[in-house]
Design a protein around this ligand. Sequence first.
Ligand SMILES: C[S@@+](CC[C@H](N)C(=O)[O-])C[C@H]1O[C@@H](n2cnc3c(N)ncnc32)[C@H](O)[C@@H]1O
Length: 231
Amino acid sequence: MKTVRTHDKIYLTTNRYNKPKKAFEFLYKILKKKLSIKKRYKVLDVGCSNGELLFFLNKKFRNFDFHGVDLRNDLIKLAKNKLPKNITLKKKDYTKETLKGKFDIIIVSGVIGILDELDNFFTNIKKNMKKNSILFLFENLNEYDYDIMIKYKDLNSKITSYQSGWNIWSIKKIKKYFKSKKIIIHPFNIDIDIKQNKNDLIRTWTIKIGKKRYFLNALNILQKQSWFEIR
Ligand SMILES: C[S@@+](CC[C@H](N)C(=O)[O-])C[C@H]1O[C@@H](n2cnc3c(N)ncnc32)[C@H](O)[C@@H]1O
């Protein structure tokens, strides 16, 4: 089935540089606990989009070297306009190529659900990792041993192809790429309500079940995202 991915265009119009996503604030809290502020870290954000996460972390950790890559030219161009010049930004498809060098921390947030095949992507990620590098993956991974491929079509859109973006990979699948590492799960529990956007029902909103909030969108599948720390 031929699929497309157009939804990442939304990052051309979002502006959360000074009001980051709650998931990014949560990552900052985790990093602050785990990292030494005296050490210098080389950090890479793969699928950095418009650079909102890099912008936020760069303000918090002034002595780190930040790098970002994204598949989309338009997003990298925008990031280059918005981000300070000390942050290196490059257009790259990480299923096909890598950056040269090794990084202490690699962040991959909301990317692997777009991919139907992970081998090349993680081979390339691993080329950038040293033995003690840490990978932070933000995703809705399946605690059960099932990989789930999802395609959707918006019947009110001019785009007639099915779109990708919401595959649910299993934790078991990810473990296969990192046999010598352990995975620490930091469940993300959002503490604010996000309203449904009637103009874009693929954007997630929150619903409350008991005392917890979960993300949902028009695909009608509950999202349980976590930061997966692979070290
Ligand atoms: C859902 S967005 C997430 C953006 C950001 N990381 C965040 O968490 O808000 C996914 C991003 O990954 C990028 N992307 C998708 N496939 C990629 C690939 N193969 N290599 C590099 N970037 C990719 C997209 O262009 C998009 O900017």
